[in-house]
Structures are given as C-alpha cells and as structure tokens.
Design a protein around this ligand. Sequence first.
Ligand code: BGC
Ligand code: NOJ
Length: 824
Amino acid sequence: MAAQSKSKRSQEQPLGRFDTAAREYVIGTPETPLPWINYLGGRDFHSLISNTCGGYSFYRDAKLRRITRYRYDSVPLDGTGKYLYIVDGDAAPWNPGWRPTRTPLDAYECRHGLGYSVFSSAKNALHAKLTVLVADDLDVELQALELTNRSAARKSVRIVSYVEWCQWNAEDDAANLQRTLSLGETYVEDGIVCHTTGYRERRSHYAYHAASVAVVGFDSDRDAFLGPYGELGSPASLRARTPSNSIASGWWPIASLVCEVTLDPGQAQSIVFATGYAENAEADKWTNAGVPNIATAKRVAAELRKDPDLVQRTLREQQARWSQLLDVFQTTTPEPELDELVNTWNPYQAIVNFHLARSASLFETGRGRGIGFRDSNQDCLGVVHLIPESVRERLLDLAATQQSSGAAYHQYQPLTKSGNDEIGSGFNDDPLWLVLSVCAYVRETGKLDLLDEPVPFEDTPASQATMLDHVEASLRYTSSRLGPHGLPLIGRADWNDCLNLNAHSLDPDESFQRAPMRTNGRAESVMIAALFVLAARAAADMYKGLGRAAEAGRYAALADDMAGKIESWGWDGDWFLRAYTHDGAALGGHRNDEGSIYVEPQGLCAMARVGEPSGLTARALQSTAERLACSHGIQLVSPPYSRYRAELGEITTYLPGYKENGAVFCHNNPWVIIGETQLGNGDRAMSYVRAIAPTYQSDLARRRTEPYVFAQMVAGTNAPRAGEAKNSWLTGTASWSYVAVSQHVLGIRPEIGALAVDPCIPRSWKRVLVRRTFRGARYEIEILNPRGVSKGVQRLVADGAVADGARILPAPPGAIVAVRVELG
Ligand code: BGC
Ligand code: NOJ
C-alpha cells in the first residue's frame, strides 16, 4: 500500500524529498539548514548519523557507555563523526558526505532509510557509494564504501578512516580533562585499532575499528593524525602521506586506518570499515600479561574479510524486518502526506523514541537524562502494536523503579536500570502514565497475565507485588495527595516540567528540576486531575475485563468524583484552568494577564470526557481553536509570559513563543486532536494534524529541522522566528501523534474484548483503506463515506456478517477478515 502513495508536493522540494516506495528520505544537498540525522541500530549499539556523516555511537547508555565523542556546539556545527577521506592522486582529498574537507563534490545525495543511510557522491569521475548501518547481532557499525572509477584512466586511491573515541562516561569525558587526558590508551593488533581506556582497571569492555582489507598504516593518537593545531578538514597525516602508526598515550585516542586500492577504468571495489563494541568476561580479559584479549574484534574483522556481502545482506534483512513490522498497520487515505506519515515515518520515529527516550540526539546530549518515567510510558503507547514484547519488558523495568507509595523515580539509567537519585521523584503526574501504558498493552495484546507478573517495589525488594499492585499504587498516589480544592497536588511539576509552582526560585544557580520545594507545596494541577480521570477510567475498563466488577465500579466512581472536582473548581467559564498556585490563585484563566489559557487541561479534559455532556469540552476546544491554534499548530499557552515570575518557575524563563512558554509544543497537540475526534470534529482534527506533521511541511528553510520527523517545538506566533522548529526526533509527539491518527482519526482502536473501527475523518474523504494486524489476525478494512460525514458508523460488516455497532470481536490468529464500514 505504501508504494501507491507518492507525494507530489514533497517531490518538488529542493532540499529533499520522500521516496515513498523505498521508505527513504532523499536529501539533495549537504548544506541543509541544520544537520539532518538518522538513527542506526535497534538493540544495544546505537549510532546517530547526519547527512554529512557527523554523529556518534554508544552502547545501551548514552551517558555511561559512549563509544565515540561528539561536540554538540562545535563551530562549524556537527563537526564530529566517523569520516572517510578519499585521496585520489594529487587532487584535494574529499569525503563522500562532504564534511569534513568540504571539497566541492560533482554529485551528492544522502538517503536516510529505516536504520540505515546511503550516501552517493562523486568527484573527478570517481564515484562513491557509502552505506552505513549497525549490525545488531555484532554490536558494530559498518560503513561499506564502494568506489567506482568512471574515468578513462587507472586510479590509485587512498582511503583514510577516522573515528574519535570517547572515554566511555560522556559526562567525565567532556568535563574532567585534568583526569581523562592521562587515561587514554589504544592497542593495535592485525590492523585493528582498539580503544582500551580503563581496560587495565575496572572496565572489561573495549571498542575497535577495523577494515575488510589489509591496512597500510594507522593512527590512534589524535595529535599525530591532525598535527599541531590541526583540523579535521585537512589532517596533517593526509598531507604527510605517510601514516605515523601512532599509539595513544593519554590525550585523545582515535582510530584511523589507511587502505589503498587501484581501480582500472570502469572497475569498482568495496571496503568495509567496522566500529564495534565488545565485552569480555573478567576471566577472559587478557591473553598474556598486559595483552588485551580482542578475540571479538578479530572475529568481526575476519567476517568482514571473508563475507563481502555482509553489509548488503544485513541491509536487506533489516529492510525486510521493517516492512514486515510496519505492515501491522498500513493505510491509504486521500492524503498522500498522511499515508507517508502513518505508514513509515511516524512509527519509525516512535520506535526510535521508545529505544532512546530523550537521551541522545543533537539537542539532547545524553549526558544528563536517562530514561524518563513519564516519557517512556508514553512512548509505549505508539509502538505497543508493533513491538508488544519489548513494551512488556519496558513496563516491568519501569514498574521496578516505583516505590510502594506509588512515587516513581523521574528517570532511570538504561545500563543499570536503577532510579536516578540526583533527580529523585515528586513529579506528581509520573505514576499515572504507567496506568495508561499498562492498559494500552492489555488492550492491544489481550494478555491480562501481565497484571499478575511479580514486580517488587523499589523500596521493598522482598515484597510480593504484582504489576496490578503498581497500577493501584499509581492511582492511590494521586488520590491520597489532594490539595485545598480537592484537586491533585502538583509536587515538583506535572507533565509541564517548567511549571514549578512550589519552587519560587530566585537563585540563578539552582536547577528548576531539582530546586527544593520551598514550602509544603500546596499548588494543585488540573492537568493531573484530568490525567487521573483518564487513567482511572482505563483501569475500570481493565477490571471489567478481569471480571472484577467491584473494583471496576470503585475506579469509575473515583474518576467521576475527580471529574466533578474539575467541573467545580477547574472551569473558568470558557475553558479549563491549568492549576492553583501555592498561594491558591487560579492559573490559566481569564483573570491572568499572561498565561490566561493553557493547552494541557483542554486536551486532557476533552480526552477524559470531563464535562462533555454539559458541553464544557466543546467550549474548551472552541477556545483552544480561537486562542491557541495558529498555522504551525496549537500553542502551549497564550499570551506567553513576558517576564520572569518566580512563583511560576522555568516556563517564564523562555523567550515568549519558545518551548513551554507558548511555542507549539507538539506533544500535546494530539491530545486536542483526540478530543476533537471524540466530539466528531474530523475536519478540525485533521487540520491540526496537517499543521504539525512533518510530511505536510513546505517551508523547510524556515522550519530548519528534519522534514521527516516531528520536533519537540515549533516557535509560536509571538517569537520573531515563528515556524522555526527545535529539538527534533526525541519527543513524545511521535507516540501521541501515532495514537491520535491511527486510533482516533482512522479510528482503529484496540479494546479489551474487541477491535473498534470508529473513524472521525474530514467530511470530504470518500474512502479510506486500512490493513491492521490485531492479536494475530489480519483485518482488511475499507471505510466508505458516501454521505460526507465525519463520524458515525452506520453499518459494519466483517466477513459478510453485520456487526453490532462499531466493534469487531477478535478473530483467531492467522485469520484474514474483510471489514467494510459505512459512515453516515
Ligand atoms: C525543558 C523541558 C524538559 C525539562 C527536562 C526543561 O528545561 O524545557 O521541556 O522537560 O527541561 O529536564
Ligand atoms: C520534555 C520532557 O521530556 C517531558 O517529560 C515533559 O513532559 C515535556 N518536556 C514538557 O515539559
């Protein structure tokens, strides 16, 4: 289905275009407005790679196991990567990705695909095709360089690789030079350069760089490679033409290999470079005294040499795996941009977020944040239909960081899986997201047994707690922390990390995230109240599924009770309030000169159907459309704050129109979209989708970030650079957008006992096709809209039988079910 949806609009873009059939984004120039990156590796070894070959790698944990170094704010930008220099006779050396020499190329193209990138470039009739990917089984990044001589003369070409090692802990590596500059070590054997810093002491891991052909020399000391005050654009060793075979001793260890090929006219040759990570058991660390055991590196190098098809085969296998995975949900709608989003790029981005949370991008340095509790739970929502087993494992990991009080560590480190003490807990929305993710898993898979899985609480390791106990503890955490209006206490902050209503910080050296609560923290959050209603109703449904009517009734009543509190204390006349401050003042209401309306409670209350029968949600979404929406999406708050207000915190530190202070903070746009679909407003819902989705953007120069993924924020109308995006790739938007579009616009929604098909689409759409695998059966769904409505299933026929309402009972695994839905 994906192959049919060619986007004409995007093919006209000069900077780049979608190649829908190949599931690739094709970048036509190395000089993009910002580096446009891709992620390689889907298990333990992860790399980021930009369209000029900048980027870095790490093993599992971007902070504790950083393999290669990156300088985030280098001048020029994006100046660290795994580079290959091509030295063709006496001409200026060049790179297939243009950087770092920036020698003008005769041809350049970069294709970012799902987990791989391919560069095609040419200079002086020498053509280079560089394919880069991670072989997950080998924990190695492979760069396959194919050179073709398209000239009439024989060419002798030297290829010089370059990798800059990081000393594992990315934080120390960047900050503690007085120590790290006396630690660096390399070990070279059989043309393999190994990075062994720390191996002599407590580390039993090393990294290595190897080639598939014999090397004529190497460097492993950066100063030797670059020369004094040298630059990557013109390393001394390229000019000297003789590698120095340097061995690092302290300072800056690198790996550079020199290979030579001779190419007759028309001849092509491939060389593969590998950058890998290996661990040894304590007893196997050394072969002889002082000689590291690098058997893994040697095995991989030998494999490169004997298997010339390794990279292409791995690529084909990965492509096949991706298309099988994405086949779980494919659609054809009247809008090719939507198909491009739903069929390929949105789920791809959601999976990257699932793996990395907010740890490593070009905006997130991976040095501070591990995996965020709320972030990761939300990331599960958009991928659970694709990778349910990984989600289950993640939910168990997350629950294991929860305390018996229900409090959750705000973050944990992926390597140790333990909660991060520095930031601790007290973000009072955190626990509730676990309820949503657990319920989403159960609805998708029907596997209620997750609820019986033993997961002890972090503070009581001997406890016999089950996952269901964690769900209950999460809900109890909120209902036992209520403030003066009976609304949930906000704690350090809720979803909006920048509303620090209890900190009142006047100390510029204090982090808002960690500032002590100056008081007893009486501020209350309408956002958490709405999230509680949503979570408690989801839990009630789950209890119904378990056949436990009493608990189902109890949670439904708690939800109703909280919804009532919101209606009494959280309604401002035309929209929902955001919070009550520590001093008891209403926040996010018409009495506030700035910050008079916030998006979070409008979206979440609509999703949780708070006040829907009495028309409050419709009114709130109308106010959202009038006061927060702009052509770039829905802004977080309006008007934005023009000065610092200690009683509100970090939100007021941002320039008006940026980040939480009134940017289009894309993450919560889908909440409004879902709300609109629940009210039947398919046209408005889709207009919001079009505003934020990357595949619909046309002003790529203004937007600047990658046109194939969501960014966390797009500057709002109050910013001089309205429409400019920042913080691309790692954002909860990916997951939520996918949920909003697939489950609420297209309306294919898993329930505990059924698959609902209940779309809410623009009235002009006549026909939509969806292919969905659900609990092992495949549903070929055709949605027809002959009467031009947005919502309302008039007739649903599954395998010839008319269904009752908009629900299909799950078919046995392996079944193929033809579903025809008529709206009207
Ligand atoms: C950002 C938030 C983010 C928080 C995480 C703040 O500076 O504005 O978006 O959630 O940091 O630590
Ligand atoms: C990004 C953070 O990762 C997320 O946890 C938070 O909810 C949003 N920023 C809003 O502040």
